[in-house]
Design a protein around this ligand. Structure first.
Ligand SMILES: O=C(O)CCC(=O)C(=O)O
Ligand SMILES: [Fe+2]
Length: 282
């Protein structure tokens, strides 16, 4: 069935309705895909949010849509259309990055997420308006704790409510002004490894708003599980050592999932004699 194009607002409405059920039931999907609430990962990280996590594979979307939406066809069309647009943004950005780094093969980075086996995912986060005194930082509650995204590139959109914050190298948190008509692009750990640290993954977090609920839709562009991630040879002049040992995306995912969110998970793959890269974390 052909998908009709719709705006970001339409997409959110189709995904969870204009006011999400405050106590939705489990979508009975294989973890970690599907519906989640408060718990992020399996290491005790919690936040004030509800989310849907979907694999971007069309078959997986159409199967999962049946348990998520009352109108699975409309839902999966909207999701697939959004993913296609977000993937295009991610690939264009990665091709510009390759050009900027004088990489002769312009597709060297984007090829990973164009791969039919790409393990990219889409996350829809809903942060209810709240302030829980136990998680205050200092005026708002933690919606999604500090971390860097493990994938290659993150393409994020939100409604017009602030909440996303990024950390400077010296640990200062800077709010990102919301704009529902813009994409926000963040470097993930895998891109840091592929570029041998020329690009650094962004530490970020989301805080909740006291008076307004916030929604974000995030495309995480990832390689195929068996793809090798290693510094591109062209970014390794003879005198320069690789900062990271080669790893497959499946290995990185497993390692990343073994640690809590706040850890600098890329450190697990540091090359033994790697020169010191000043940490991006506070
Ligand atoms: O919802 C947001 O603005 C950020 C969430 C986030 O960082 C994530 O889902 O990885
Ligand atoms: Fe993130």
């Amino acid at each position: 069935m052909a998908c009709q194009s719709g705006s970001f607002r339409d997409w959110k409405r189709k995904a969870v309705g204009s006011s999400p059920d405050p106590s939705p039931r489990s979508c009975e999907l294989v973890p970690p895909l599907g519906y989640g609430s408060r718990n992020i990962g399996s290491h005790g990280d919690t936040g004030h949010l509800e989310y849907l996590l979907l694999h971007t594979n069309p078959l997986s979307i159409s199967q999962n849509s049946k348990t998520i939406s009352k109108d699975p066809t409309e839902f999966s069309c909207a999701v697939e259309e959004y993913i296609e647009a977000a993937r295009e943004v991610a690939c264009e950005v990665l091709e510009l990055v390759a050009e900027g780094l004088w990489i002769t093969d312009k597709l060297a980075l984007s090829r990973h997420i164009r791969d039919a086996q790409s393990d990219s995912v889409l996350r829809l986060n809903y942060y209810p308006a709240s302030s829980d005194p136990s998680m205050v930082v200092p005026n708002n509650s933690i919606g999604f704790g500090e971390h860097s995204d493990p994938q290659i590139l993150t393409v994020l959109r939100s409604n017009d409510v602030c909440g996303l914050e990024i950390s400077t190298h010296d640990g200062l948190w800077i709010p990102v002004p919301p704009d529902p008509d813009e994409f926000f692009v963040m470097v993930g750990d895998s891109l840091q490894a592929l570029t041998n640290g020329r690009l650094r993954s962004v530490r970020h977090r989301a805080v909740t708003n006291r008076s307004k609920s916030r929604m974000s839709v995030i495309y995480f562009g990832a390689p195929a599980p068996n793809s090798w991630i290693r510094p591109l040879p062209i970014l390794l002049p003879p005198h320069q050592q690789p900062l990271y040992k080669p790893f497959t995306w499946a290995q990185y995912k497993e390692a990343a999932n073994s640690l809590a969110l706040r850890h600098t998970r890329l450190d697990l793959f540091k090359a033994p004699d790697a020169p010191l890269l000043l940490s991006a974390s506070p």
